[in-house]
Design a protein around this ligand. Structure first.
Ligand code: TXA
Ligand code: MG
Length: 341
């Protein structure tokens, strides 16, 4: 059923809160990406999220809180090390997976006995959660399989006609989703690299992080249900190219496509666009600046669609700091089609 989608400004946050209190879904900005929120304690409201996104039922949602006091009713236990992480990184892009209480409906946790929780670091998100009076379950506000939205217009492109409202808070800060850390096992397990980097977690001597799972192949039993789905896919066929002298390799590979009239793009640092005179360049920002790249990444993947690219070559970046999360998303966008030069 088509619904009319309203676009609310920051001044209209109360209207968004009223819709949520009425059991509706609303897209809202966070410091990472836009989320599609609903009352985390209301099964029927949460089911509307899955419907609007076309999200598989076995992929659990993150619950967004306004204060730590809200956690008391949502989880049964918080290990002391998890408290250290909350002190250090909340509000912020770190989701902690904890044992869930009976207050969290099964649909939120996709039948798991755990729940992922975070306090977002965005004034509008916090105001919205405070005004509604309950925690918000929210996945990224994209259609399932599309790049996460970093602007209200991205949400509009995907969900217009499917949700009643979008709260427009401009461009999100980080541009990449939160880091997801499973705190129900020892050592804690990294399920998804994100805004809080592995280096930052490892710098805390009291915290040990197991990183083996996150790198597991796509068809291994996923520790986090979300890991098995192809995400962030543009319509073009995507190749992730790693190693030295990528221009020679990409030049050679693009020949065949250009010859038959395909539109071929390359995603690379600003300064390197000139190395690809025959391809459409999607500039990643100044060379080596991972935080600027993070803010642009999903927009560039959407640009690839807007430009109607058939093939997109992406130059990989180093997997340090934010680069770990960026490469995780790029591998998924490329559906693991990785070329080593
Ligand atoms: O930055 C973010 O995390 C954004 C904003 C809106 O907060 N949200 C987001 O949600 O990216 P989503 O649904 O697109 O991704 C959540 C990820 C999925 O990979 C899901 O499988 C995992 O977190 N996850 C959620 N709850 C989990 C749980 N109880 N156990 C394991 N993984 C969980
Ligand atoms: Mg998502």
């Amino acid at each position: 059923m088509e619904v009319k989608t309203m676009m609310f400004t920051a001044e209209e946050v109360e209207k968004a809160a009223a819709l949520l209190r009425n059991g509706e879904v609303v897209a809202f900005p966070t410091e990472t990406v836009y989320g599609l929120g609903a009352n985390a304690l209301d099964r029927e409201a949460v089911e509307k999220i899955f419907q609007a996104k076309g999200r598989p039922q076995d992929n659990p949602l993150i619950v967004h809180c306004f204060t730590r006091a809200q956690l008391t009713d949502l989880v049964t236990e918080i290990p002391p090390e998890a408290k250290i992480l909350m002190d250090k990184f909340w509000p912020g892009p770190l989701t902690l997976v904890l044992p869930k209480s009976a207050a969290i409906p099964q649909v939120v946790s996709a039948g798991l006995d755990t729940v992922g929780i975070r306090i977002p670091d965005h004034p509008l998100a916090l105001e919205l959660i405070q005004k509604t009076g309950f925690p918000l379950a929210a996945p990224s506000a994209n259609l399932s399989g599309r790049p996460s939205p970093t602007r209200a217009e991205h949400v509009w492109a995907d969900l217009q006609g499917k949700i009643p409202a979008i709260l427009d808070g401009g461009e999100t800060g980080w541009g990449l989703e939160s880091t997801v850390l499973d705190c129900t096992v020892k050592p804690f397990r990294l399920l998804r690299p994100g805004g809080v980097t592995l280096e930052e977690l490892q710098a805390l001597t009291s915290i040990q992080v197991d990183t083996t799972i996150y790198g597991a192949s796509l068809d291994a039993t996923p520790a986090s249900p979300g890991m098995k789905y192809q995400h962030y896919a543009p319509q073009a066929e995507v190749f992730l190219v790693l190693g030295q002298n990528t221009p020679a390799k990409i030049g050679e590979l693009s020949e065949d496509y250009l010859e038959v009239g395909k539109r071929v793009g390359v995603m690379t640092w600003d300064e390197r666009c000139q190395l690809y005179p025959r391809l459409t360049c999607l500039p990643m920002g100044p060379s080596g600046d991972l935080s600027i790249l993070a803010t642009k990444l999903y927009h560039l993947l959407r640009e690839s669609d807007r430009l109607g690219l058939d093939v997109l070559f992406i130059e990989g970046v180093s997997e340090e700091h934010l680069g770990l999360a960026i490469m995780n998303r790029l591998r998924k966008a490329a559906n693991e089609q990785v070329i080593h030069t």
